[in-house]
Design a protein around this ligand. Sequence first.
Ligand SMILES: OC[C@H]1O[C@H](O)[C@H](O)[C@@H]1O
Length: 317
Amino acid sequence: MQKVQDTHPETEVVVVGEALVDIVVSSQGSVEHPGGSPANVAYGLGRLGVPTALLTSIGDDHHGAAIERHLASAGVELLGGASLGGRTATATATIASDGSAHYDFDIQWELPRIAPMTVPKILHTGSIATFLEPGAAVVRELLGQVHQRCIVTYDPNIRPALLGTQASAKAIFEDLIPFTDVVKLSDEDARWLYPGVSLEDASQRILDLGAGLVVVTKGSEGSMLSTAGAQVLVPSVKSTVADTIGAGDSYMSALIYGLLLTGVDRLTPEALESLGRRATKAAAITVRRAGANPPTSDELLAELPELAGTAEHQPAN
Ligand SMILES: OC[C@H]1O[C@H](O)[C@H](O)[C@@H]1O
């Protein structure tokens, strides 16, 4: 078993999952951005000033080097990194006229089995990393090691092209829920996992499986945050759309940022509302800009002045 270098002592969030390069194809041509949902979440946390590490696997090539520079620019520590050599994964994202993206992947997901690391306050995982073998088995093992010692957040970020049958993907998703505290998914993902089931019932199913908080993002209809005792609907924020790449990931980063402040034990309706408003604003800022380009804490604060100066908006220490 490999021991990755341990995180810095001040690291608050460890994100586990794929980092890749998005090749974005639109009517204006093609451009490359570092991407991959977990890497986007880690980058978003770094931009918000949260000490964050990303455990991933990239190739020893120019795409891998671009990802390293990108993460370093937000202060995100890279664990694992180019340990496997080979080629960095890519996603070709074709942008439709409404800004939505369709993805085709060139990815192999492997993660070295690692000895237990220092447990952070929050461990986040999701997307391809939790479904695609052989790496997914390593992610499951890691969640099994840490889930009783830190908050675990999970976004399945469904990418059907890589998932095999709906039934098998749903089983993989549901098997992970008992290891999680917070599950965030889009309405599109919820409908893919639970066809014909209302978003309320899908949320209840995920709560019943063991999550303490379920968040469903609904695009222009806002987001719904549910616990066993409360359900809050947070309206969306109107925004021009360059593209939607990374919007859900920046919502996730800001949600984690909020969870560092509130924890998961006393999620009152007011706390849920505040978590949702911050995350919604982060996503709105991201869609205005091309690629997965989430806000810094100053940019977020400038658009959420009502949170300025409150303990709620102080970066975690
Ligand atoms: O969530 C956005 C990400 O999903 C896809 O997997 C792309 O890599 C993109 O960066």
